[in-house]
Every structure is written in C-alpha cells, then in structure tokens.
Design a protein around this ligand. Structure first.
Ligand code: ARG
Length: 458
C-alpha cells in the first residue's frame, strides 16, 4: 500500500519502486516503530484529537501486530515501501477506519527520526554492556599479571621494562574512555523528536511531553526543522564505534605479533584460531585479523554518513534513508567484534617466562643506569652519554648491563659502585617507576583499585 496514492494517477515504475524502498533494511526497526506509534495513538486519544475508542483499538491492534511479528505469525511484507507503511497498512487491514486515524499530526519524517533515536539509545546500552565485559576481563588479567615483567617498546624496539598488567591496563583506559564516549553520545541523543511533523510541527493540540514520558526520553527536541533533519547522533555513534574499532585493531595487531614464533608471548586457544588448508602446522590468529580488517568498514560507515549529510539543505531529504544501512552495519560489526574479542582474550595463555626473557635482552634497563648516575649528582645529559658508552661496551662483550662486573663498569666511569646493581635489575627498574600511572607495584595497585571503583560505580 502506498501511503501517498491520492495525488498520483500513474503507477510507480517497478525499478523505481524497488530503488525507493527501504523495507529490506528498516524492517529491523519494527519494534521502535510500533512502540512509538502506540505512544502517539495514546496521546491522540488523551488529547481528544481522535476518539478514545479508536485510540484504544489502535494501541490494542499495534500490540498484537508487535506480538505477531515477534512470534513469527506475521511476516513483514517485502513489497511495502518501508516499515512505517507496512505497520500502518497492517493496522488498517486489522481494524479498518480507526487505523486510518493513527497518522494524525505525524509524518514519516518525525517518525523515522524517532525510530532511529530509539534504536541508537538501545544499541548504546548493549554496546556498553559488551564494553563492561571486556573491561572486567582486562582488569582480572591485569591483576593476575601486575608483576609479570615484559619489555615495553617504542618504535617497536625494546625500550624499558614494564609489566603485562601495565600493558593491559593501557587498553583498560582506552575502552573506559570508549564507554564514557558512548554514554555521552547517548545523553546528547536522548531527545524525543515526535511532534515535529514533516518539518513545521503540527496544528493539532498534541502533548509532546506525554509522548516523551511514555517512551522514556529525557527531553523533547526544540526545533522541528532540526529534529527531522538531524542525524548527527548517528555520526557521533559512528565516530564512537570507529574509535572502539581503532582500539580493538591496535590490540589485535599486538596479539598477532605476540603469537608469532619469533615473539612467542602468547598462545590463543584453539577455540579462537583456525588452521591452514595446506600447511598442517599452522594455527592462525584469524579472529584478531578479521577484527583488524573490519575496522575499515566501520570507518567507511562514518565517512559515508558524514558525506551523506554534508550538502543537505533543511529539512528532510530522501538521501537520509541512506543513514540506516551504515549505522546498522557498524553497530552489528562492533558488537560481534566485542563478543569475539572478549572471548578470545579470555582464552589466551600468557607465556610470562618468554616475556621476562625478552625484557632481559635489549638493554631495557639503560635508562635506570643513567637515572642512578643522576642520583649520584651527574647531570642527566652526561649520564645519558656515559650509559651509552656502557651499552656499547656491553654489546661488544655480548652481555646484558647487569652481568658486567664492577671493574668493567669502572672502565667507562669511576662514579660506578656496587650499589648500582640493586637499581638495574628488571624488578628494581619497574618498581622504581611508582608515580601514578606507572608500572611500579604501588602505582599498579592504585590503578587497579581505581579501575575496580569505576566498574562498581557505573
Ligand atoms: N524510509 C524513509 C527513511 O528512511 C522514511 C521517511 C520517508 N519520508 C519521506 N518524506 N519520504 O528516511
């Protein structure tokens, strides 16, 4: 059924009708659409805009339609133009003329804006629940490994020793910000647009506050033109999702490196790896690679919707129908990535001995030797120079710094004494970095405590 047949004498071209239709993807908004319509119909009856008896018939039939879709008794007709037309046509089929009163004081423009906002708010809640699962997993593993030494890198070169717990807590901070970003996006999107009509509101004495209250929004939109044209809440969600994917992708890249034979810091369980059809020895980190790969399509959705909106004059334009597939695909993608990533992460075996061994090589305690000299009164720049020479000497001898003898140290500078050996062991090096945010034991326990508090309070 066309909702707009009256003005037309000719039929729509078949290819054009198919091209125009959004039912194949907006059908997933059936629940939001029906719940929004129930709130609207109730308000119409309450305000005396339509007879109360009709309002009751409408809300009763809409509830049945919703139940029938959910239990499979009613199939969504793919010939319909969109989900709004489908629900209205089905309503009229069931209750006749009373159903024809539902669309009083409403347009599909404010209706679709409402449906999308309801969808976005709900999805933010499920995304954040998945982020909380990941945060809990990260915190538990960080706690278990807050003293497990590993090499910290810059430029992918060994830099200074840190702990596995410290490294994982870095990701905790990223995903914590992602959670907060989504919560902030939700707060901004939490405005009820119904009542904006096609663009210039409506002549009927509607009660927007009543509709808002029924649907659980915090506020109502304050400009009808803006409310039907605005999709910045979609852009913002897509930006949040892109950042989550960027974080997941970095993490996946590290996990992939850590599984390699040459690094060997972790093993991902069989449940989250796959084999090769030709090389029997292979165990590939496909999940991590796929998550890294899927980052592209989420960025693509963000770029798509930004580009879609940039030249649109006010108010509604059909271009805006194109927001949906981008948002739906990005939400689905990020949700599946979070589920699989979290499962994969919880099934990793960490080879702490390999990490410790790797941290021992590469002169990651050179800064500590320089810092020791500074404590003895040597200016940092000179200390850097002396330690550089010491590293060069140690490389020539094929030994780590802590295995040089005092006599050897003194070949480079006579300031060295035996006390230095207490300061350049890996444990000493890590634990000396005890300022807030650092890898030292005290600082790590502080960070873990704060993280736990964050998770308890949200
Ligand atoms: N399917 C449309 C969309 O997704 C619904 C709104 C239609 N409004 C209109 N004026 N044609 O944007």
């Amino acid at each position: 059924m066309r909702l707009w047949g009256g003005r037309f004498s000719g039929q729509t071209n078949e290819a054009a009708a198919h091209f125009n239709s959004s039912i194949s993807f907006d059908m997933r908004l059936y629940k939001q659409d029906i719940i929004g319509s129930i709130a609207h119909a109730r308000m119409l009856g309450r305000q005396g805009i339509i007879p109360v008896a009709d309002s009751e018939k409408i809300t009763g039939a809409l509830a049945e339609i919703l139940a029938d879709i959910e239990n499979g008794a009613l199939e969504i007709d793919q010939q319909a133009e969109d989900i709004h037309s489908f629900v209205e046509a089905e309503l009229i089929k069931r209750i006749g003329d009373a159903g024809r009163r539902l669309h009083t004081g409403r347009s599909r423009n404010d209706q679709v804006a409402l449906d999308m906002r309801m969808y976005v708010l709900e999805e933010i809640d499920s995304l954040n629940a998945l982020l909380v699962n990941l945060l809990n997993a990260l915190l538990a593993t960080s706690k278990a490994h807050y003293r497990s030494i590993m090499p910290g890198l810059t430029h992918l070169q060994k830099a200074q020793p840190i702990t596995l717990g410290h490294h994982l807590m870095a990701y905790f901070q990223m995903f914590k910000r992602d959670y907060r970003r989504l919560a902030n996006c939700r707060q901004i999107a939490d405005e009820m647009p119904l009542g904006s009509g096609a663009l210039a509101a409506t002549v009927y004495p509607i009660d927007r506050e009543y509709v808002r209250e029924q649907l659980g929004f915090s506020a109502i939109t304050e400009n009808s033109l803006d409310a039907v044209s605005d999709r910045d809440f979609c852009v913002e969600l897509l930006a949040c999702l892109s950042i989550i994917m960027m974080h997941l992708s970095r993490f996946c890249e590290e996990l992939i490196l850590w599984t390699t034979d040459s690094v060997g810091f972790i093993e991902i369980s069989d449940a989250y790896t796959t084999g090769s059809s030709i090389m029997p020895q292979k165990k590939n980190p496909d999940m991590a690679e796929l998550i890294r790969g899927k980052t592209g399509r989420v960025y693509g959705s963000l770029m798509g919707v930004l580009t879609l909106l940039k030249g649109l004059p006010l108010a509604y334009n059909k271009d805006m129908q194109e927001d949906k597939e981008a948002v739906f695909d990005a939400v689905d993608t990020v949700k599946s990535c979070l589920v699989v990533f979290c499962g994969m992460f919880e099934n990793i075996t960490f080879n702490t001995a390999a990490m410790q061994k790797s941290a021992k090589g590469g002169y990651t305690n050179a800064t500590d030797a320089a810092d020791w000299l500074v404590k003895k009164g040597v200016p940092f720049r000179n200390a850097h120079e002396i330690t550089g020479k010491l590293v060069l000497y140690a490389i020539e001898q094929g030994k780590p710094l802590e295995e040089l003898t005092l006599a050897e140290l003194r070949l480079v500078s006579d300031i060295f004494d035996a006390d230095i050996f207490d300061h350049i062991s890996l444990n000493a090096s890590v634990n000396a970095r005890n300022v807030t945010g650092g890898p030292g034991e005290g600082a790590m326990l502080e960070a873990i405590g704060k993280a736990r508090k964050f998770l308890e309070e949200i």
